[in-house]
Design a protein around this ligand. Sequence first.
Ligand code: 13P
Length: 337
Amino acid sequence: MSIENELRSTIQKLVQPGRGILAADESNPTIAKRFNAVGVESTEDKRREYRSLIFSTPGLGDFVSGVILFEETLGQNSLDNGPMAKLLESQGIVPGIKVDKGKKPLINAPGDEITYGLDGLDDRLKTYKTQGARFAKWRSVYNISDALPSRAAIEANAEVLARYAALCQAIGIVPIVEPEVLMDGDHTIERSAHVNEAVITEVFNALGRHRVHLETMILKPSMVTPGSGCAKASADEVAEATLRVLRRVVPAAVPGINFLSGGQTPEEATLNLNAMNSRGPQPWSLSFSYGRALQEPAQKAWAGKLDNGNAVQNAMLKRARLNGAACSGEYKAAMED
Ligand code: 13P
């Protein structure tokens, strides 16, 4: 298959009505925090057990089109002893891979951060592809204050995201471009809207400069919300502010926008996505690429015990199903019971 056809085939599988992406690509320090919250020590074996359990949830593929894996997981066998990527494929789910190497301070820009990982990325992508990955994710992170992010951070991160996306497409891997504007802080929803608009505008400038094919990429933005130190906005306010920004700056050629959950509760993330999809058709599909908002209940149900497997899978399927409903505006709070 030509590279172009590979990209087209993958994007068609990823962007489908009523389905979204599960972000299970927590780095080892991050998954250790999540496991710690449910009283489990993070070892390679425990990570393998937990992730095998959620990926083998019966029916998961009805609501999840792709799963983003951490490098360790892509190289692991599931509890059935086959490769994790094969387990996902058997569920009709496309395996993906987080390829960035995390963030560090941006030099000479106090408070700003930049994501590392471009060096050697071309070779790593080739290896990931032979291991079964068909799409990738790169996350850039923007802190908000009255002064942050600086122009330098907005431009540097956009450039890196675009170079990553171009490298992915050159070898037939669909890039997820994730500019995450953090919720941390006491900023208003208006400030979040302003920063998101500036950040995403610059990302598409850079994608254009690097001739990234917009039709075979996915944008993974934050929702526009007030900072976590402020009173919460209603789902209607979040939907209105988010759509206003996206309609201004995301070209209609982009097939899918899959939001991160960024610290929203599972119920909030579902309600907010639903509010957006209740407002009639948009130029792009609006779906989810949640980590915490999909997995929190499953992690609580697991608590490190394989015997809790059924409860884990029930919790996983429930959030996947409800977010699937939110993709078409059909979610109702009563469906939580
Ligand atoms: P959250 O949904 O927990 O924010 O994670 C999504 C993600 O992939 C962050 O990079």
